[in-house]
Ligand binder design. Structure first.
Ligand code: AMP
Ligand code: MG
Length: 344
């Protein structure tokens, strides 16, 4: 298959992409979070192609992307008032809500669950594609399953050239991490995945929030979890990743004393000079955590190289969007963390 490469700002791109979707094809779409691999979310055959192209486990449900908030009534039922408040506050934007599904949503889209995840992305061209297609787009992150997510059209081309119908190039993704997911199907709202909308922002609107255990700890492969995707090893380069926490100086001393030829260091702009001779790679500035979100997956892709031994990684501390960076980096490291304050 010849994969069409479409520019997001070309006048005919939305129409071309929408027709491919209507015909059951696969189109990679830009969003503010990461690139998605989109198909008609109401067409089980099209949805099956997403799972196949990504090598995605069948029990991992997809997010349905809508062009405007009121469309969730077509796909969700028993919608609590909190969902409308969240949509008002954060849509279009990097927030996904899990709600009870209507029968109109095929079981394959929601991996057999009684609920469905919905989101309205903050990307005008992608919303126009959804509007013209006349169907919601099922769209997981466009990476091959288990690999770092796709935050540029080139990442998508690398993973899927010749395997999907088209890629819409909208430039690098603004946020760079997947959406925040909040489950609204139980008595209390539950954070299933941190992202660009922070726990603090959710609390302000909801007044209450439970953090699911899969956000902060490694989950067994056979565990029953609320967001099935959270139990899989994710975002992981082929080499071992070890997070080194602690002060800048202690971490540098630990890493420099353990560093072996072929290892790499993933650090902040502010730390590059501490790692002369250790092949450091910066993913953004510690002083501006948004740059770390935007840079993390590109950096993990650079480090996805079997010839690398260990990647020593530095992780931002604190809440806000740093919480989402911590979650992704800990998953990439399979929760291997060493505290340089206590270990030399
Ligand atoms: P991705 O599309 O790669 O961002 O992954 C989507 C994430 O949403 C995965 O972690 C899924 O497990 C999660 N998800 C999708 N639908 C549901 C649902 N109905 N209930 C809980 N989690 C969901
Ligand atoms: Mg994903």
């Amino acid at each position: 298959m010849n994969t069409l490469f479409l520019q997001a700002n070309a006048a005919d791109t939305p129409q071309i992409a929408a027709e491919i979707i209507q015909n059951g094809g696969l189109v990679a779409i830009p969003t503010e979070t990461v690139y998605g691999l989109g198909a008609d979310g109401l067409n089980p055959d099209a949805v099956a192609k997403i799972f196949q192209a990504k090598g995605r486990p069948q029990d991992n449900p997809l997010i349905l992307h809508v062009a405007q908030a009121d469309q969730i009534q077509l796909f969700c039922r028993d919608i609590p008032e909190a969902a409308y408040r969240l949509a008002e506050a954060f849509w279009p934007g990097p927030l996904t809500m899990v709600l009870p599904a209507r029968d109109s949503v095929p079981l394959s889209t929601r991996a057999g669950l009684p609920s469905v995840a919905v989101r309205c992305p903050d990307n005008a061209v992608t919303r126009e594609i959804i509007r013209l297609a006349g169907v919601p787009l099922a769209a997981p992150s466009a990476n091959i399953s288990g690999k770092p997510s796709t935050t540029t059209a080139e990442h998508v081309l690398h993973d899927h050239d010749g395997n999907i119908d088209a890629i819409v190039d909208g430039g690098p993704c603004r946020v760079g991490l997947e959406s925040t997911i909040v489950d609204l199907t139980e008595d209390r709202p539950r954070l299933l995945r941190p992202g660009g909308i922070t726990p603090e922002q959710l609390l302000e609107v909801l007044g209450d929030l439970v953090v699911d255990k899969a956000v902060t700890a490694q989950i067994d492969q056979d565990a029953v979890v609320k967001a099935p995707g959270m139990k899989y090893r994710h975002y992981a380069p082929q080499c071992q990743v070890l997070i080194v926490s602690g002060s800048r100086e202690k971490a540098a001393a630990y890493i420099r004393s353990h560093f072996a030829p072929g290892d790499r260091v993933l650090c902040f702009d502010e730390e590059i000079s501490l790692y002369d001779g250790c092949d450091p790679l910066s993913y953004g500035s510690e002083a501006d955590v948004a740059t770390l979100c935007a840079g993390l997956f590109s950096a993990l892709r650079v480090l996805d190289d079997p010839s690398i031994g260990t990647v020593y990684a530095r992780c931002p501390v604190g809440g806000g969007v740093a919480y989402a960076v911590q979650n992704r980096l800990k998953k990439a490291a399979a929760f291997h963390i060493v505290d340089a304050e206590v270990e030399a």
